[in-house]
Design a protein around this ligand. Sequence first.
Ligand code: GLP
Length: 241
Amino acid sequence: MTLNIQPDERSFDLEAARQIYAQIASKHDSVIGLSTGRTTGNLHRAFARMAREGSLDLSRVTFFGQDEIVGVPQTYSGACYEMLRSELIGDLDIPEERFLMPPTRWEGAEKALRDFTEMLQARGGIDLILLGLGENGHLGFNQPGSPFGGTARIATIGPELDARVRRELALGPEAPLGGATLGLRDVMHARRILLVAKGSHKAAIVKEILQGPVTEAVPGSVLQLHPACEYLLDAEAAALL
Ligand code: GLP
């Protein structure tokens, strides 16, 4: 386990961007997993700038998202697809065949999710995955209680996100929503993991996943068992360690 604590948000973003850059520079056909949310937006933009300025060869890299909301249009601003597209994929002109995402549509969703994971395998498996962390320890849509041995599936999305999506899209209570996600076993098969967390609201859960017991009640704790997991934190998220 490696701890990488950065003094502020800017250096946190640059460090994460530098690590994605270095991964691709050392292996041009890398398969790289991304997470969406407040933690990662700016680091994605920082990476896009760095890649452009450094003329990084992106012609063979595959990017993918580790999770997605099912039951929304792909163009919805809260869909993981649209967030990643606007934060870096569009800017870097990565074509659709090298930007893989779990489905946003219910129709054929199970098959689309299977195809998604098979494509990751066919490209050699995950070289590096950046993981955001929920305040309850969730990884992707693997909420507390998710099995460590679980694989990709459509799970529930949690009450806060559920309410926000329904409000923003004016969806009634009858419209089904789900969270397509890699399972914890898929995540643990990545060659390298970069767990990213910033802000004082993440300090307690960061301490829990690093120094607490390894338990399915805290999905992020499973990372203690990964041989090449680095925890990239800002000073606020690391404050209780
Ligand atoms: C969401 C997403 C995850 C993300 C996490 C952290 O539930 N499904 O992919 O990693 O929450 O989000 P944030 O960075 O906004 O705290």
